[in-house]
Write a protein that binds this ligand. Structure first.
Ligand SMILES: Nc1ncnc2c1ncn2[C@@H]1O[C@H](COP(=O)(O)OP(=O)(O)OP(=O)(O)O)[C@@H](O)[C@H]1O
Ligand SMILES: [Mg+2]
Length: 292
């Protein structure tokens, strides 16, 4: 299976939310990483065939998805970023409802609902109302919904927002489990979500694809650009305007500061191994400063 983006772009009024985007995806997990407004949701909505590209095409095994239409929908599972959950429904009723929207018959619905509830580990809560669910349980129910039609392409938009670390890990493992023989695309701005599971990461900035690589590739590019330096508390303010500053750890008399910089920031700064968080900082430090 091959999903191809051929210069896909979307313009709202006179601004490009997604600039021409080209890529080829086969089975595996792909992550869209980028700050607020970088175009992740817009791109995903085009893949989910909810939004029509202004220009370019999306092809599945060589066929334009807009021509495949119904056939494409049958292959797709989508969890939108702002997914309404019907709080008064039980988990089971919620899934039955979505199964009927997806055109499953009675027998298929029964089998599939049980199967997906098991997959997302919500079997015991099937008779409970959605309003009693934790954030993580709701997300898992959301992905259960997306998997009802046994999709080959799974698109999940910020699935881990608001989850605690335990639920986050559980969700990550779930995506990993289902990625076998499927194309899974997820968006996030939380790097730890994708560090261990994504085969490939697309870094988005202001609607364009800034970089595309696997985790090792992204880390390799940061080699020699991440520094640790001890300094006095008073010096902190002035360096924050000059450098991309990561973690600050207070020591007895000084502070230890992590700095991401192409050049050695201070003669006594030492190079340390990069993490994916440093990659994010390197690309998006200014934007996050604006959002503070
Ligand atoms: N329906 C729309 N009409 C007009 N502008 C839109 C519409 N949808 C998105 N945009 C704009 O397109 C840009 C990209 O938005 P998008 O929601 O795709 O970003 P995002 O990366 O998903 O952000 P977030 O991390 O906040 O979810 C933003 O500038 C946004 O304001
Ligand atoms: Mg979004």
């Amino acid at each position: 299976m091959k999903l191809v983006f051929d210069n896909v772009a979307k313009k709202f009024k006179d601004t490009w939310a997604v600039e021409p985007f080209s890529a080829e995806l086969t089975e595996g997990i792909y992550a869209l990483l980028g700050p607020n407004g970088s175009g992740k949701t817009t791109l995903m909505r085009m893949i989910a065939h909810i939004l029509k590209p202004t220009s370019g095409r999306i092809l599945l095994d060589g066929k334009d998805i807009s021509l495949l239409d119904e056939k494409y929908r049958d292959l797709l599972g989508y969890l939108p970023q702002d997914f309404g959950m019907y709080p008064h429904f039980t988990a089971e009723r919620f899934l039955n409802y979505f199964a009927s929207l997806k055109g499953l018959d009675k027998q298929e619905t029964k089998e599939k609902v049980t199967e997906v509830l098991k997959l997302v580990n919500l079997e015991e809560s099937r008779k409970k109302k959605v309003r009693t669910f934790s954030g993580g349980m709701k997300r898992r129910l959301g992905i259960a919904q997306a998997l009802l039609n046994d999709p080959r392409i799974v698109v999940v938009d910020e699935p881990t927002a608001g989850l605690d670390p335990k639920e986050r890990i559980r969700f990550r493992n779930l995506l990993s489990d289902i990625s076998h023989e499927r194309i899974v695309l997820l968006s996030t701005h939380i790097v730890s979500d994708i560090e261990y599971i994504a085969n490939e990461i697309f870094i988005m900035e202001k609607g364009s694809l800034k970089q595309r690589s696997n985790v090792d590739g992204l880390l390799a590019e940061m080699d020699g650009k991440v520094w640790k330096v001890l300094m006095k508390q008073e010096e902190l303010d002035s360096i924050q305007t000059h450098y991309k500053v990561g973690n600050i750890q207070r020591k007895e008399h000084e502070v230890e500061v992590r700095i991401v910089s192409d050049v050695q920031p201070f003669h006594h700064a030492k190079v340390v191994p990069p993490t994916l968080e440093d990659v994010y900082l390197y690309h998006f430090y200014e934007e996050d400063q604006e959002n503070v």
